[in-house]
Ligand binder design. Structure first.
Ligand code: ATP
Ligand code: MG
Length: 415
């Protein structure tokens, strides 16, 4: 894409009321637009990043047998009354129609997915299955000061599974945990998993996936020598104590962002809706249910927080808005301009996803924008680089540069 065609522009500063680094950088780079506290619109660059995150999640959920759906986000209040959520879920947005009918906005989808599953699972032969979606959620959060990491409207992947037995649930639970680790790793983040209580959902076991960052809202204790990790709120052991798992090290405390979690919901929701299936002997049984969330927009914000440097955002290749940022510094030289245009066309022909800075502005501005936007590889073509033998290839993360001849650049990038 030609940057001169991109309708967004970078900004020198973010809105004064925006205190979170992730949102400040994303707003300045033109990835998102702030509507009000906790509510953001996603612009072309932002949609590219979010879509890549969503596709990684989609691939991993499909790989473990998840079936994608898109459930309603405007919910009948009756379903929420059946489960007790109408009166007990403090973050639930409730809407009053002019007809006096009441609705809820989806903050999670147990109230919708359970009746759907019920419709299709009459027999043990229909189980197990897992349904997921990727979309918007709405929560009446009291505090929304973490940029896109805590929104009142935000993106989530939520999956729900239904099983005949606890053993079958446990098997799938473990499969999902492993898929989650692959998701975070592919998004360039190092996640730890905590054991925590199920909170309001159930008394059963849940796991939270945490990425260390001061921008997070959770405190965890973890061990350097093994995988032990726990939320300080629920942990029986504190910072400085010996690791209860390996005994080799003392626990450290850190701030972290919860980028996902998995819950054993037991039979709570199927019971609320009278959802039973016939077992092998023809008896009615209640299925066991699990739910599995990943905050897609929180994940995006976390990647910004963890990987950015003083110059701007540093995207991992897997979720970057473009693979390559081609910056032409022509100084009005028509021949050089033609060379840059030719390179851009060649990249497109070779399916190299490129943002081409063809704008008629100062070189310094172009470089500052490239640092802010954070595309992993920057190519500069200028009179100077031509003298050095072609195109300058700079890695955003390390800042290291090399020169590659124009004729060899495609092959270089494809490697
Ligand atoms: P938190 O404790 O941070 O409020 P939660 O326990 O309420 O999270 P869930 O209801 O299980 O979270 O939602 C699943 C995932 O959605 C979370 O792990 C998190 O990554 C993300 N998430 C939850 N609330 C928000 C929010 N307000 N804004 C952005 N992402 C969120
Ligand atoms: Mg919450």
């Amino acid at each position: 894409m030609r940057q001169s065609h991109l309708f967004t522009k970078t900004r020198k500063s973010a809105p004064k009321d925006e205190v979170a680094k992730n949102a400040q950088l994303l707003i300045r780079g033109g990835f998102i637009h702030k509507e009000m506290a906790g509510v953001y619109s996603y612009l072309p660059l932002g949609v590219r990043v979010l879509s890549k995150i969503e596709n990684i999640i989609r691939e991993e959920m499909n790989a473990i047998g998840g079936q994608e759906v898109r459930m309603a986000t405007l919910h009948p209040s009756e379903n929420w009354k059946k489960t007790g959520g109408w009166d007990n879920v403090d973050v639930l947005f409730k809407i009053q129609s002019r007809t006096e009918k009441e609705y809820a906005l989806g903050q999670s989808e147990e109230e919708i997915v359970t009746p759907i599953a019920q419709e299709y699972a009459a027999s043990y032969k229909d189980l197990p299955f897992a349904i997921y979606q990727i979309g918007q959620k709405y929560r009446d959060e009291l505090r929304a000061k973490s940029g896109i990491m805590r929104g009142r409207e935000f993106g989530m992947k939520d999956m729900y599974s239904f099983h005949e037995s606890q053993a079958d649930f446990d098997r799938f639970y473990e499969t999902v945990k492993q898929a989650y680790f692959r998701v975070y790793q592919r998004c360039g983040l190092d996640a730890k998993v905590t054991e925590a209580s199920g909170g309001s959902f159930s008394e059963k076991l849940s796991y939270e996936f945490m990425v260390l960052t001061d921008a997070g809202e959770d405190d965890i204790v973890y061990c350097d020598c093994c995988t032990h990790c726990a939320n300080v709120e629920v942990s029986k052991v504190a910072e400085g104590e010996t690791c209860p798992k390996c005994g080799k090290s003392t626990l450290k405390k850190a701030r972290a962002a919860e980028v996902g979690n998995v819950f054993d919901l037991g039979t709570k929701y199927p019971k609320s809706f009278g959802f039973t299936y016939k077992d092998k002997d023809g008896n009615d049984q209640t299925p066991i249910m699990g739910c599995y969330g990943i905050g897609t927009t929180r994940l995006m914000g976390t990647a910004v927080e963890v990987l950015a440097d003083e110059k701007g955002i540093v995207w991992p290749e897997t979720i970057a808005p473009f693979d390559v940022h081609l910056v032409a510094i022509t100084g009005g030289n028509a021949e050089l301009q033609a060379e840059a245009d030719k390179l851009y066309e060649q990249f497109k022909e070779n399916d190299i996803d490129v943002l081409y800075d063809d704008r008629d502005i100062r070189a310094g501005e172009k470089f500052a924008d490239a640092e802010l936007i954070g595309i992993p590889t920057r190519l500069v073509i200028s009179e100077k680089t031509m003298q050095e033998g072609g195109v300058e290839v700079a890695e955003r993360k390390s800042g290291s540069t090399t020169f590659v001849s124009e004729s060899g650049i495609i092959e270089h990038l494809q490697k």
